[in-house]
Design a protein. Sequence first.
Length: 197
Amino acid sequence: MRKEVFSTFTPIKLTNSTEGDTATQVITGTAINYGSRSVDLGGYVRMFRTGCFTGSLERIEVFGLYAHEDNDIVARSYNGSLKLTDTPTGLHFEMTPPLWDAKFMGRIANGLVDKVSVGVNNVVDDWHEAEDGTTVREIITADLLEISFTSYPCFPDTSAELRMLSDYLTTRQQPSTSPAILLSLIQRHAEIVFGRE
């Protein structure tokens, strides 16, 4: 099953902690805010339904990664270095990276890395039109695989989402499924990603 990567634009916080004689640094933040719309992704927005990850958190190990690199593990849920708290408003995390990873922690401390993205698969979603006319992709359930620290928004999943958007519009028999309109959606997405607005 293909992994999708979603940027969430949520900030992170670095705090110092002491357990006995050992000083540690803890990274906290919110991986997902439930029920909140994303930015305009080029003709649609994305949102996560409350509890969409609840089932997967009980059976799947979640990793904390740097820049979505599978070999650059910062923390993991099974050994307790990554703790997840699922609430009605969002999925919150607390990570305690290894003390020897000073390079990574330095990037966090000086703000070079200040955002998180999530990697998921087995997505069940619902495309619909909201009351205000906005096209919404709502994530109903998904398996959470990773929370990654990044320095910029990540949109590798959006080309696939644009194809899903085209399929959704086709089922509604809208003329906006024409190649010219779909191309305009892709161009709009590029403007958003590269800040050309």
